[in-house]
Ligand binder design. Structure first.
Ligand code: FAD
Length: 404
């Protein structure tokens, strides 16, 4: 059946339920991009569900994940979106400065790799823009609404329970997509298991900076300043990350393991600021707030563990983005991976709707293999990165990673 042929309500859908061809749980980059790709292919009833209210004020909450690598632009273009994010207020991102292996500060600029530049995003604005593009293309957004349950219908497809301000409601769907982020709420409700491969967390603050922060100092060994680049500095307990964001702000993040952070009380403002002040280079690039009462906020804490679900796809469901594989932020692969998954998942779903059972099965197998290949390549890359940073081979953070 072509996607256009599915306009009729699902046979046997209980009265009072909405019907969707595809219901997507999660309207982050992976969910919004899946909706965009399905709408572009003509799937009529695409419903996006997100537990967060849409259009919340831009800086209501710190949103991490701001470095969009150069491959994000071409993926946006494949989704039919403009790839010049500068016009939308995001800042060009030209490469990385790092103090990683003990060889001093090094610069890795995208131009030298033969790629264009990426973007330092205002993440909240980027996510909202993608979601709005999906809605403009005809996807229906239910937000705030949370997944409350899911059941397979005997006649095919699913009944999905949602909880929103008005109470409980049900939507029937032929196919469901888990784009619900690291917790993989839908895949786990359907029996898939999350495999967590480490205990990495991010402790992050978003600070106001003045115009001089990040400008290239005279004789900068890396041949440029920190503006327009991401900065990474390895330390014994993990690594620091910083980038200048749109709007005169910078993000400063310490990546470490949850037990190490707990033992050192790093989630407290004072310990976090002291660790920041003890860095070799970061403290000059983005100075920590002055010590004293009320100085500096406690960092927000996020899980950043490498993880994956043990099943990428099943009969009538598929996982994308962080719900499928959660990457270590060191690789900056999350946004590009989410958009790429979305395009691959939309292709898979279209083959399920084609009415050709052999093609549908082959598509599901192909998607599962793609996920396995991505995970294998990612884990090799992660090991390479951490092995290169082995300045403290006996420190728990580094020895745990070298052991893999
Ligand atoms: C500290 C840190 C730094 C990072 N830095 C980078 C970076 O620099 N570059 C990069 O490319 N990537 C980075 N990432 C990764 C990147 O942010 C993610 O890969 C990306 O957000 C994945 O998109 P997603 O749509 O899969 O998931 P998410 O962005 O997590 O979106 C999931 C959505 O699902 C919704 N949801 C969850 N549960 C439910 C439910 N039960 N019902 C309804 N809705 C639900 C949530 O509200 C959310 O909107 C970083 C991640 C971390 C943790």
């Amino acid at each position: 059946m072509s996607p256009e042929a599915s306009r009729d309500p699902l046979p046997g859908a209980p009265p009072g339920t909405d019907a969707a061809d595809v219901l997507i749980v999660g309207a982050g980059p992976a969910g919004s991009a899946t909706a965009l790709a399905l709408r572009a292919a003509g799937v009529p009833r695409v419903v996006l569900v997100d537990r967060a209210a849409h259009g919340s004020p831009e800086r209501a909450a710190l949103r991490v994940g701001e470095s969009a690598t150069p491959n994000v632009g071409p993926l946006l273009a494949r989704l039919g979106l403009p790839d010049d994010l500068g016009r939308l207020g995001h800042r060009p991102y030209h490469g990385n400065l790092s103090l990683w292996s003990g060889d001093g500060e090094t610069a890795d600029d995208f131009l030298r790799r033969g790629s264009g530049h990426g973007w330092h995003l205002d993440r909240a604005r980027f996510d909202r823009w993608l979601r709005e593009a999906a809605v403009e293309r005809g996807a229906r957004l239910l937000a705030p609404a949370t997944l409350a349950g899911i059941e397979r219908r005997p006649e095919g497809g699913w009944t999905v329970g949602l909880r929103d301000a008005a109470g409980q409601r049900s939507v029937t769907a032929r196919v469901v997509v888990d784009a619900g982020g690291r917790r993989a709420p839908l895949a786990t409700a359907l029996g898939a298991r999350r495999r967590r491969l480490d205990r990495l967390i991010a402790l992050a603050v978003d600070v106001k900076i003045d115009g001089a922060v990040g400008a290239a100092p005279a004789g900068d060994p890396a041949g440029g300043g920190f503006r327009g680049r991401s900065f990474v500095e390895a330390v014994e307990i993990g690594w620091w990350y910083a980038a200048v964001l749109p709007g005169g702000r910078a993000i400063v993040t310490l990546m470490t393991d949850d037990d190490i952070a707990r033992a050192a009380g790093l989630a407290g403002a004072g310990a976090f600021r002291s660790a920041w002040a003890a860095t070799a280079r970061l403290r000059d690039l983005v100075p920590p707030p002055e010590d004293g009462p009320g100085a500096g906020a406690a960092p927000a804490v996020f899980s950043a563990a490498s993880q994956h679900v043990d099943r990428a796809v099943g009969a009538g469901w598929i996982a994308v983005g962080d719900a499928l594989i959660g990457f270590d932020p060191l690789t900056s692969s999350g946004i590009a991976g989410a958009l790429d998954d979305a395009l691959a998942a939309a292709d898979t779903i279209l083959r399920w709707f084609s009415g050709d059972g052999t093609a549908a099965r082959a598509a599901a197998i192909g998607y599962a293999r793609r996920a396995e290949d991505t995970l294998r390549r990612y884990l090799a890359e992660r090991t390479r990165h951490y092995t290169a940073g082995g300045r403290w081979p006996d420190a728990p953070f580094w020895s745990r990673r070298a052991a893999r």
